[in-house]
Unconditional design. Structure first.
Lengths: 117, 116
């Protein structure tokens, strides 16, 4: 099946610093990737839709200047949390939309746990 | 707007028994996909099963099957011969068919416990 990787899996940073999370589709091309945030014992909340070569589309209430998304290639999207604060601590998950013959399905990365001190 | 409702926050099943997780959704679209995803303690989201709305036949993947009732907008997941490894959060999700990538709408999840 389609594989999506995320890096790093864990990150701890100081308040005020920026953190970059990478999402890669390893064995397929992904014109569209999605970024989610998940709080403990809650469902996934879509933050933004990332399209290769164009600006990301953010969901209502998500600060685009706070969460910078870049989809530079068909296999890589990055999420940068700028000037992180403790309230940004969360579990961030990316997914990639595979349009191969067996899919039209989103495949998820393993997630990144962010802790802002 | 589309909504997905999972009315069972927690369910429990004995090993080797069968359990059914409920999901209802609301949409005005006629062409869409429905999914069940599993999230074990590792928090990796794993696709369990997918159903295309235009297909009348219920999807089946080994021990997992769905009961898709389009008119009732119901999409339940049946897990047969439950195993300890089935313990996880299960999310029902909806995606409308647009010809291009469109976002998933998730339910709130059902936590499944499997007991010996």
């Amino acid at each position: 099946g389609a594989v999506v990787s995320q890096h790093p899996s864990w990150v701890i940073c100081k308040s005020g610093t920026s953190v970059k999370i990478e999402c890669r589709s390893l064995d397929f091309q992904a014109t569209t990737m999605f970024w989610y945030r998940q709080f403990p014992k809650q469902s996934l909340m879509l933050m933004a839709t990332s399209n290769e070569g164009s600006k990301a589309t953010y969901e209502q209430g998500v600060e685009k200047d706070k969460f910078l998304i870049n989809h530079a290639s068909l296999t890589l999207s990055t999420l940068t949390v700028t000037s992180a604060h403790p309230e940004d601590s969360s579990f961030y998950i990316c997914s990639a939309f595979s349009r191969g013959p067996s899919s039209k399905t989103q495949y998820f990365g393993p997630g990144t746990r962010l802790l802002v001190l | 707007a589309q909504t997905v409702t999972q009315s069972q926050p927690e369910m429990s099943v004995q090993e080797a028994e069968t359990v059914t997780l409920s999901c209802t959704y609301d949409t005005s679209e006629s062409d869409y996909y429905l999914f069940w995803y599993k999230q074990p303690p590792s928090r990796q989201m794993i696709l369990v099963i997918r159903q295309e709305a235009y297909k009348q036949q219920n999807a089946t993947e080994n021990r997992f099957s769905v009961n898709f009732q389009k008119a009732a907008k119901s999409f339940s997941l049946k897990i047969s011969d439950s195993q300890l490894g089935d313990a996880a959060m299960y999310f029902c999700a909806y995606r409308r068919e647009t010809g291009t990538a469109s976002k998933l709408t998730f339910g709130t999840g059902t936590r499944l416990q499997v007991t010996l």
